[in-house]
Design a protein around this ligand. Structure first.
Ligand SMILES: *Cc1c(COP(=O)(O)O)cnc(C)c1O
Length: 459
């Protein structure tokens, strides 16, 4: 691993005074201020709010957790999985707090570069890299994890007899099994990711692939996202470590110098608790895979959801309140476009909702079972069915909690709904400060993105 890949954390600003205010209280303050100042209102009926104090605290907790289980000087690169929250200001904030970027498409790489994340703090994964993407990454010196033998052959052709400037690794699938959510389990027997280690002949092929390529110096594994027990994640990391030891023994030198353990720390979507913590996971790894953390190996982590989910709140106005078949329904501006997984697979992705009144204050009143619906034109566009909340009325607001990752920034373009604006907020002694992270999409942009420049194309 290049010596400059551990960010210089000496320049990291001290934690904001807002960190003394508990996260739920920061959220209440932000919701109220957003309504008072028209960040959300009749003209902007839905917006995303990102708690910068919380994001900083999570970045610090991640760094501290791995610092606590590795000897000083161990190279550790924490790379945020950009797909979780693909926003340039978020990537820059994280980088300022010692967290680089894991990218998995040309678009994500462009965002990381726009945020000023340097190549030595960037890792390229993804199962379908084109030759052009590989060439660019290798030219920039970005770490690349090859997914499969064909991709390794492409890298061979690009590298030729030279030694690549990029650290190059190979993704392996330890086939340890799946978690609670099939679509997010990447270490099943038949997962599409990486080289399936337990397939006949695969392990020998991997060892040989390393011996044939002295510049192949990393192993990468990512066992899944949300729904995997920590013990299973640790087992996947242990499998990668054991393979690294086997390769190094066969090579007679420390050829594999870095293990990329992926991300996947699950998030508690049922409460404000941050559980499990990075410290929990790091301690478990120390116990289960001590050799990986004794300073002989550099580490890369690729957490996404656990860094951002808790720090995002979508706030939406209740446009109408009605009843249908005696069921109260609040029709809001937050639906499938900002919580796509929740709407399509509600049993796997339930989200907490909070009710606020027209002034942005917590809505009083006894809980009433009601549906909270989004703006899209299909019956399933519901954020919650039969949810117990104070009865929502026209002009009230609904907050959709824990939507900082894989939600507010992962817009779904159904019904040509505009991408909601996203605002950062910081709470401190001087109240709540907002900053525009992403303005709401304009109608002109929607027209342009929908073939507006080519109206006669099909005549
Ligand atoms: C999605 C992904 C991650 C991040 O997973 P989280 O569950 O968001 O932490 C990390 N690495 C790879 C390769 C991924 O595909």
């Amino acid at each position: 691993m290049p010596s400059d890949s551990s960010p210089d954390t000496s320049a990291i600003p001290p934690v904001d005074p807002g960190a003394d205010i508990p996260a739920p209280e920061r959220r209440e303050q932000a919701v109220r201020a957003a309504v008072e100042r028209g960040v959300v209102g009749p003209e902007a009926p839905v917006a995303g709010l990102l708690d910068t104090v919380g994001i900083r605290a999570s970045a610090a907790a991640l760094r501290a957790a791995f610092d606590a289980v590795t000897p000083p000087g161990t190279p550790v690169l924490h790379a945020f999985a950009v797909k979780a929250t693909p926003l340039v200001p978020v990537l820059r904030l994280l980088y300022a707090h010692g967290v680089g970027a894991e990218v998995a498409s040309p678009g994500e790489l462009a965002l990381a570069r726009a945020a000023g994340v340097p190549p030595a703090h960037t890792v390229l994964d993804s199962p379908a890299k084109t030759p052009a993407e590989l060439r660019e990454a290798l030219a920039l010196g970005i770490a690349v994890n090859a997914d499969n033998p064909q991709e390794l052959a492409r890298i061979d052709a690009l590298v030729g007899p030279a030694v690549p400037a990029s650290p190059v690794g190979l993704r392996v699938n330890p086939q340890i099994g799946g978690g609670a959510i099939g679509a997010l389990s990447t270490a099943t027997a038949t997962s599409k990711f990486g080289v399936a280690l337990r397939d006949p002949g695969a392990r020998d092929w991997v060892v040989r692939a390393f011996l044939d390529r002295p510049w192949l110096t990393r192993l990468h594994t990512h066992s899944g996202s949300q729904g995997l027990p920590l013990e299973l994640m640790a087992r996947g990391v242990a499998a990668a470590y054991e393979l690294a030891e086997e390769i190094n023994a066969a090579a007679g030198r420390r050829q594999v110098d870095t293990v990329d353990i992926g991300g996947g720390l699950p998030v508690d979507f049922t409460s404000d608790a941050q559980s499990p913590t990075y410290a929990d996971y790091a301690r478990l790894l120390k116990q289960e895979v001590p050799g990986l953390l004794d300073g002989r190996y550099g580490l890369v982590t690729e957490f996404g959801r656990s860094l951002l989910a808790k720090h995002g709140t979508v706030l939406a106005r209740v446009e109408y309140a009605k009843t249908s078949g005696a069921r109260p329904i609040a029709v809001t501006h937050a639906g499938v476009q900002i919580a796509t997984r929740t709407v399509y697979v509600p049993e796997a992705w339930p989200l907490r909702l909070a009710a606020y009144d027209a002034k942005g204050l917590p809505k009083p009143g006894p809980p009433v079972a009601q549906d909270v619906a989004g703006p899209a034109c299909f019956a399933g566009d519901l954020l919650a069915e039969n949810r117990l909340l104070p009865l929502l009325a026209q002009g009230d607001h609904v907050a959709v909690l824990d939507t900082g990752a894989y939600a507010m920034a992962a817009h779904y373009a159904y019904n040509s709904l505009v991408r909601a604006g996203i605002h950062g907020f910081a709470t401190g002694s001087d109240g709540v400060r907002f900053s525009v992270v992403r303005p709401p999409q304009t109608l002109a942009e929607i027209v342009t993105e929908s073939g507006g420049a080519h109206p006669d194309a099909l005549l």
